[in-house]
Design a protein. Structure first.
Lengths: 156, 451
C-alpha cells in the first residue's frame, strides 16, 4: 500500500512541480538519443579542440535550466577524458581548461558551480590553485564548491 | 556522561524527602533512572516510523530539524505518541551536547549520516543511524574506524538479517543462510550467483527519481536550507530536492538504490557469509546518468574474489532466474513462482531445486538436520547497557553499505571498475576513486575529519 502511495506521488510530481519529467522517464523516452550523444565518437568530437569544448559549455544555463541531454553529455565527457584508452592527456587538458574558463567567465553562480562540480571528477591537482583564485570575489556558493573541489584535487 | 547522569538522578532520589526506596525497585526496569534516553536528529516521515517514534527500548526526550514546521508538528506527534513534552533542540549540535541523551537517532537524509555519526561518537553518544549508512565508501570507512575507536555502540536501521520475513520469501533469512553455509547450494570453494530483482521479490523503486528541469524557488522562512544541505554542495532551493523527494538527487542519495539497497543487500551479505569482505569487480549496464539527477540502471553486478556474484536486476531481464544458484542447488522465492508449496502441502519458506535431479527438496526436513548458525546480538538496549556490539554494527553495516556505494559509483561512471576490499580503494582507476572518496562543504568536512 505504501509503495502504491509513493508511486502515485511520484507520478503526480510533474503535475505538482510543473512539466519537468523525472530522470527515469526522460531516460526511457530518450534512450537511443542518450546513447548516441554519449558514445565515444561524439565525446571525442567535444574535446578535439578548445572551440568545440567551449561551444558545449556555453549551453550550460543558470539554475537547473541546462538541457538534460547537454548536462548528461557534459558528465560523460568528464568521464571520457579520464579513460586510459583515448588520447587522454590532450583531451583532458582541453576539457578541464574549458571548464575553468566557463566557471571563471560566468556571473551566474549556478553555471560556475556546475562547471566546478565537473572538475571534481576530472581536474588536475595543479588546478586547485586556479580554482581558489577564480572563486575569489565570486558568490559564497561558488566559493564553497571551489574550496571543496580544490581540496579533492589536492589529494589526487 | 551516561553513568554520571544516572548517578546524579539516583542521588537526588535518595535524598528526596520520603523517597527512601530506589526508583529502580519501585518501577523496575522502566524507572526513569534505568531507562535509556534517545533524541531524534531530523523529524521527517522516517522519524515517525515505529523504529524511531514508537520504539520503547528507550525514552524519547527530544527532537531537532532544520524545518521549524517539522519541529512544531513533531512536538505534537511525540506528545500524541505518549512521550509527553519532549525538548525541541535548536540544532543537532545542541542535541549532541546534551548529557541527558544516551542515544542519537540519525533520521536525516544520507548526505548527513557520515558527519552526524562521527560527531555523535565524538560527543559520547551511542548511535542508531538510518540506512544507507553513508553516501560514499570514504565516509563509511571513516565512520567505521571512528565509531570503533571511540568505543561507541552503533546500529543501522535495517533488520532483515535478524528478523522479519525477507522480501519475496515466507521466512527470515536465517534458514537461507543455513543452507548456504552448510554447502547445500554450492560446494565449498564454488561460487554462488544471487539475483536481486522483481522476479525474486525485490522492487528497485525507480519512482525515486529527480526532476531534470527544476526552477529555483523562494525558500520558506521556516526552513533552514543551508543547514539541510550541510555537507552537500549548495544548489538553489527547490522543494523537490528536500523532504520526501531528496532521494532523486546524487548530492543527497541514490534513488531507489539508496532507499532499498541496504535493506536488500545487508541480508544478502549475511546469508552469503560475506560480512568481512567486499566485491572486487563491479559491472554496469544502463544509460549514462545526468550529473545531478538520479535515473535508472539496467543491471549492476558485484563480483567477489571467489566468483560469488550479486546481480542487481533493474530491467527485469533476469526475472526467471532463481534467487540463488550454485553447482548443487538453486533457491527460489515466491516472486519466482517456483516451489510454491512443499511436498506436504505446507506453505513453503522458499523453494529449493536439486540440480542433479531437477526435483524440489523438502526444505523443512532439510533444515531440521542442519546446525544453527551463530547467534546474533539483536537487542540494542542490551548493546548499549552492556557494551555488546550489535549484529548490524559499524563494520558489518559498512560492508553492506559498500556494496551499495560501489554500485552507485559504477552507475555514475557509466561503466564497471575494480575494487580492493582490503585497502578499500579502486584498483588503478582514478575516476572511480574520485566518486569513492569525496570532500564536503565546510565546516562539515573539518568536523568529519578531526580527531
Amino acid at each position: 500500500m505504501k509503495i502504491l502511495v509513493l508511486a502515485l506521488l511520484s507520478c503526480l510530481a510533474p503535475v505538482v512541480f510543473g512539466a519537468a519529467p523525472d530522470a527515469v522517464a526522460w531516460q526511457n523516452k530518450n534512450n537511443d538519443a542518450i546513447a548516441a550523444a554519449t558514445c565515444d565518437e561524439a565525446l571525442a568530437a567535444v574535446v578535439k579542440d578548445e572551440a568545440a569544448a567551449d561551444r558545449l559549455l556555453t549551453e550550460v544555463k543558470g539554475a537547473y535550466l541546462t538541457d538534460p541531454m547537454v548536462a548528461t553529455k557534459i558528465a560523460a565527457v568528464s568521464q571520457y577524458v579520464m579513460k586510459k584508452t583515448c588520447c587522454r592527456e590532450k583531451a583532458r587538458k582541453i576539457w578541464t581548461e574549458a571548464l575553468l574558463r566557463r566557471a571563471a567567465g560566468s556571473n551566474d553562480a549556478y553555471v560556475s558551480q556546475f562547471c566546478i562540480d565537473q572538475l571534481r571528477w576530472c581536474g588536475y591537482s595543479s588546478q586547485a590553485k586556479a580554482l581558489r583564485a577564480l572563486a575569489k570575489g565570486k558568490q559564497k556558493e561558488v566559493f564553497c564548491i571551489a574550496e571543496m573541489a580544490a581540496k579533492e584535487l589536492e589529494s589526487k | 556522561m551516561k553513568s554520571s547522569r544516572r548517578e546524579f538522578i539516583r542521588g537526588v532520589g535518595a535524598f528526596g524527602a520520603l523517597n527512601i526506596i530506589p526508583s529502580g525497585v519501585l518501577y523496575g526496569a522502566n524507572a526513569p533512572s534505568n531507562q535509556l534516553t534517545r533524541a531524534l536528529i531530523g523529524f521527517g516521515s522516517i522519524a515517525q516510523s515505529a523504529n524511531h517514534l514508537s520504539n520503547k527500548y528507550s525514552r524519547l526526550v527530544g527532537i531537532c530539524d532544520p524545518d521549524l514546521l517539522h519541529v512544531k508538528n513533531g512536538l505534537a506527534v511525540c506528545e500524541r505518541a505518549g512521550w509527553g513534552k519532549v525538548k525541541a533542540y535548536k540544532d543537532f549540535m545542541e542535541l549532541l551536547a546534551d548529557p541527558g541523551v544516551d542515544v542519537a537517532h540519525i533520521c536525516t537524509p544520507p548526505h548527513w549520516h557520515g558527519v552526524q555519526s562521527v560527531m555523535a561518537a565524538r560527543a559520547g553518544k551511542d548511535i542508531w543511524c538510518e540506512k544507507p549508512m553513508t553516501r560514499t565508501v570514504g565516509e563509511g570507512k571513516r565512520v567505521m574506524e571512528y565509531v570503533k575507536s571511540k568505543g561507541r555502540m552503533f546500529r543501522l536501521n535495517t533488520w532483515f538479517r535478524f528478523k522479519d520475513e525477507f522480501y519475496g520469501f515466507g521466512t527470515s533469512v536465517a534458514p537461507i543462510r543455513k543452507v548456504v553455509e552448510n554447502g547445500l547450494v554450492s560446494s565449498p570453494g564454488k561460487p554462488i550467483r544471487c539475483v536481486v530483482g522483481a522476479g525474486q521479490g525485490f522492487n528497485w523503486k525507480f519512482f525515486w527519481s529527480g526532476l531534470v528541469n527544476l526552477e529555483p524557488q523562494k525558500c520558506p522562512e521556516t526552513f533552514d536550507w543551508d543547514m539541510w544541505l550541510g555537507p552537500a554542495p549548495w544548489k538553489p532551493y527547490n522543494s523537490h530536492r528536500a523532504h520526501g523527494t531528496f532521494r532523486g538527487y546524487w548530492d543527497y542519495d541514490a534513488g531507489g538504490l539508496g532507499d532499498m539497497a541496504q535493506h536488500y543487500l545487508d541480508p544478502v551479505q549475511y546469508l552469503l557469509c560475506k560480512d568481512e569482505t567486499s566485491p572486487v569487480k563491479i559491472d554496469y549496464v544502463g544509460p549514462k546518468q545526468h550529473p545531478d539527477v538520479v535515473g535508472r540502471f539496467d543491471r549492476i553486478t558485484l563480483t567477489y574474489a571467489d566468483g560469488t556474484e550479486v546481480v542487481l536486476d533493474g530491467d527485469e531481464s533476469l526475472k526467471g532466474e532463481p534467487f540463488l544458484s550454485g553447482d548443487k542447488a538453486s533457491v527460489w522465492s515466491y516472486g519466482s513462482g517456483k516451489g510454491q508449496v512443499d511436498s506436504k502441502g505446507n506453505p513453503r519458506m522458499f523453494g529449493m531445486i536439486d540440480n542433479s535431479t531437477g526435483k524440489a527438496i523438502d526444505v523443512r526436513a532439510l533444515l531440521k538436520e542442519l546446525p544453527e548458525s551463530a547467534s546474533q546480538q539483536t537487542d540494542f538496549a542490551d548493546s548499549v547497557r552492556n557494551r555488546k556490539r550489535f549484529c548490524l554494527n559499524e563494520e558489518s553495516g559498512f560492508r553492506s553499505c559498500t556494496m551499495f556505494n560501489l554500485a552507485i559509483v559504477a552507475e555514475r561512471l557509466g561503466r564497471g571498475f575494480k575494487f580492493d576490499p582490503v585497502s578499500l580503494h579502486a584498483v588503478d582507476d582514478p575516476a572511480a576513486e574520485r566518486f569513492l572518496y569525496q570532500s564536503m562543504r565546510q565546516p562539515w568536512y573539518d568536523e568529519f575529519m578531526k580527531a
